[in-house]
Design a protein around this ligand. Sequence first.
Ligand code: ADP
Length: 192
Amino acid sequence: MSARLVLLGPPGAGKGTQAARISERLGVPAISTGDIFRANVAEQTELGRRAQRYMDAGEYVPDEVTNAMVRDRLAQRDAADGFLLDGYPRTADQVAELDGMLADAGTELTAVVELTADTDEVVARMLRRAAEQGRPDDTEVVIRRRLEVYAEQTAPLADRYAGRGLLLRVDGLGGIDEVTERIMGALASRLG
Ligand code: ADP
């Protein structure tokens, strides 16, 4: 069965790590808007130039830019039979856009997985990652801003998906394998 999934969760909850694993298990592409933006910034494309200042400040890239990018990506052939979206949708407008894209394609979401993690833990994880790898938006001030924006704009989306019966909440604290198994276990009921 094809899986059309959304992975929600605060910055630092481990979405990227889990998205790669789940996509491999299910045989669907993991589509990370953050990764696509970072690649475009690195290559200095027009899209990268439009996104960079927002990313550096921990703010969301404007919806029209993000929505157009995701529409293009989902139209690619590898996403026709399923996908795992990591980092999209993040705003109410993006939820509506995604609904429209799926309706146009005559499909719908299979499930939305929310990876939960408490704020102190995610800040600690991101500061550790900053010390090891250093992403431009991994300074403490920007990390705090990213968490604030998440709480204001993205966390409420979980309730909307819950209202539609699509939400699966998974505890993101614990070992990487443990969390993967929790997600697969939660998804099992939806994947038939
Ligand atoms: P994290 O989950 O660690 O905050 P991501 O790698 O998912 O980071 O995204 C990095 C940045 O890319 C975000 O802070 C934001 O500026 C931008 N971005 C990614 N996805 C979206 C989106 N759906 N809408 C708007 N901006 C986005």
